[in-house]
Design a protein around this ligand. Structure first.
Ligand SMILES: Nc1ncnc2c1ncn2[C@@H]1O[C@H](COP(=O)(O)OP(=O)(O)O)[C@@H](O)[C@H]1O
Ligand SMILES: [Mg+2]
Length: 262
């Protein structure tokens, strides 16, 4: 599927293909992220979500296709260059520096900046979004809970003053309550700071509620795209990604089992 570039796209992928040796992880992925929006890529485990983000941030070089950010072709560019252009990646599994304090982790996020006053203001803003990080600012990041580490990873990204944040499965391993809290703050960050966000998730329910526009990824290919309001209404999305079909299948199995016992 080829998506034409849209005028207000901050990020455009065109027919991107990335592989690990002989394994093609994504095959001809095209997508747009509009400036100021939250876009999401939904897909089950192994669909290729992380590979898309790694290809955008320059960790993996694609075999084919192009990545354009703010009108610049950044395909296979050095990840450090891409960060300096204002695109920051929050990786799967958070990856905070466990032996550094919370505060020093945040300062690491701002390493490329020289505007000291603005850095101090952004640190205050981050503590405003996640007050628990202010309380723990002098503790080692490795002592934080999984949810707090996710908060720190997002905050560290904010310290780079990004225009676009790539967010890889923030809900992974977190309770539904904590996931909801984190998603609410992600939406606030988007609305209050105007930061554009590309979120990839298995948790379709949360992602569809938080995002403006969504893509569905299956086996490395985008098979559907629409506004999240419309995706939420689609029967096949409800069935396959919101788990409703699964429950139906399980109920049927239970029923069949009962019958054989009789
Ligand atoms: N380092 C790797 N080496 C080989 N295969 C990989 C590697 N990372 C991912 N893959 C494969 O690429 C596919 C897509 O993986 P990934 O992008 O991590 O999916 P997702 O993030 O949606 O779970 C999967 O089939 C996975 O097994
Ligand atoms: Mg992944």
């Amino acid at each position: 599927m080829t998506v034409p570039a849209v005028d207000d796209a901050i990020l455009t992928l065109l027919n991107v293909e990335s592989a690990y040796g002989p394994i093609k992880a994504i095959r001809g992925v095209s997508l747009n992220v509009r400036r100021g929006q939250i876009a999401t890529v939904l897909g089950s485990n192994g669909a290729g979500k992380t590979t898309i983000l790694k290809t955008i941030s320059g960790i993996i070089d694609p075999r084919k296709g192009s990545v354009e950010f703010k009108g610049e072709n950044i395909t296979a560019k050095d990840p450090v260059h891409i960060v300096h252009r204002g695109l920051v990646h929050v990786p799967e599994g958070r990856e905070v520096f466990p032996l550094l304090s919370v505060r020093d982790n945040l300062l690491m996020g701002a390493y490329a900046r020289a505007d000291r006053d603005a850095i101090a203001r952004d640190m205050e803003a981050v503590y405003g979004y996640f007050p628990i990080l202010a309380e723990r600012s002098h503790q080692d990041a490795g002592l934080l809970s999984g949810g707090q580490q996710q908060m720190l990873a997002i905050s560290r990204a904010l310290m780079a003053k990004p225009e676009l944040i790539l967010l890889d499965e923030p809900s992974l391993g977190l309770s539904p309550k904590l996931t909801k809290e984190i998603f609410e703050i992600v939406v606030r960050i988007n609305r209050e700071r105007g930061t554009t966000i590309l979120l990839v998730e298995q948790n379709a329910n949360m992602a569809l509620n938080a995002s403006d526009y969504g893509y569905v990824l299956e086996n490395g290919r985008i098979v559907m795209e629409d506004t999240c309001a419309r995706l939420r209404e689609k029967e096949d999305i409800k069935e396959f990604y919101l788990g409703m079909k699964e429950e139906g299948v399980r109920a049927e199995r239970r029923w069949k089992k009962k019958k054989t016992w009789r």
